[in-house]
Design a protein around this ligand. Structure first.
Ligand code: LER
Ligand code: MN
Length: 280
């Protein structure tokens, strides 16, 4: 298998988040990812208590797909949870939810993503940052025990006002000093926030543990103006061996978008596309 692998974001719940190409039936999503030749699926999960983890694990084993990470954004979008909230009760529930995600991820051999669940600035930036630090101080020892990575994702200014750039997240990673903490870089957000996507990836270096792939307009790679040959070349230069996880809009339709992603990225990874067939 090529050093950099491809995965597809699949939502286990019905989601309001638009950049999930495959939603509705997660069983269909897993089947589609396997048949198109993806190496794994990233699972967006609102609440681990609400899913049948055995059934998901079985489906993924049968489809021979890896699970690089589980996403938590719907716990923010649907349940209003935030790891940096001023309200102690909301923060406690966010920590509890993250703990459940860590235990589930340990089972899957996956990382847990902190995207929108980091929350938004309330009060002031420094106070918000220290509340997030406090939540991480509780969660990181659990993640270390379970050998699960927690990955903070910089998100562009139109979706959050807290931690938009790679360097913002690297500052959190460095001050926490935990081997369990890393950064997730999303090419769509980087296109908006970074001076240079390649420079930001180099800056992250060994702290980079997952990459979300979407083009400049969040369509499938190749349908916008990002230079994925250069991005993949940079990943290779820094010795990145993780997943490129497609987090893309389902346009013009889910099948066309997920197929285009493989068709555009697979040749750059140095391996021909081997769709297992099935989707006409
Ligand atoms: C999630 O991975 C993401 O990229 C955000 O835009 C929303 O959570
Ligand atoms: Mn993302």
């Amino acid at each position: 298998m090529a050093a950099v692998k491809l995965s597809l974001v699949v939502s286990i719940d019905d989601t309001a988040f638009d950049a999930v190409a495959v939603r509705g039936s997660w069983q269909d999503g897993i089947r589609m990812a396997a048949e198109l030749g993806y190496d794994g699926v990233e699972l967006a999960i609102r609440d681990p208590q609400q899913i049948d983890a055995n059934a998901v694990a079985r489906a993924l084993r049968d489809a021979r797909l890896h699970i690089p990470a589980v996403g938590t954004g719907q716990a923010f979008l649907k349940d209003g949870l935030s790891l940096s909230h001023q309200d102690e009760g909301i923060r406690a529930r966010a920590i509890e939810r993250m703990e459940a995600h860590i235990h589930l991820a340990a089972r899957f051999g996956a990382a847990v993503i902190i995207g929108l669940l980091r929350g938004r600035i309330s009060g002031n930036r420094a106070a918000t940052a220290s509340r997030l630090d406090a939540s991480l101080h509780t969660l990181l020892p659990i993640a270390e025990r379970e050998k699960v990575s927690i990955l903070i994702e910089p998100i562009n200014r139109y979706e959050t006002d807290f931690l938009a750039r790679i360097e913002d997240v690297l500052a959190v990673v460095d001050r926490m000093g935990s081997p369990a903490l890393g950064v997730l870089a999303d090419t769509f957000h980087m296109n908006i926030e970074e001076t240079s996507i390649e420079q930001a990836l180099r800056l992250a270096g060994q702290r980079l543990r997952l990459v979300h792939a979407a083009d400049s307009n969040r369509l499938a790679p190749g349908w916008g103006h990002l230079d994925f040959a250069s991005i993949v070349g940079t990943l290779r230069d820094i010795g990145y061996r993780g997943f490129l996880s497609a987090e893309i809009l389902p346009r013009p339709d889910p099948l066309a978008a997920t197929r285009q992603t493989i068709a555009h990225l697979r040749p750059l990874l140095g391996k021909a596309a081997h769709p297992k067939g099935g989707y006409a």
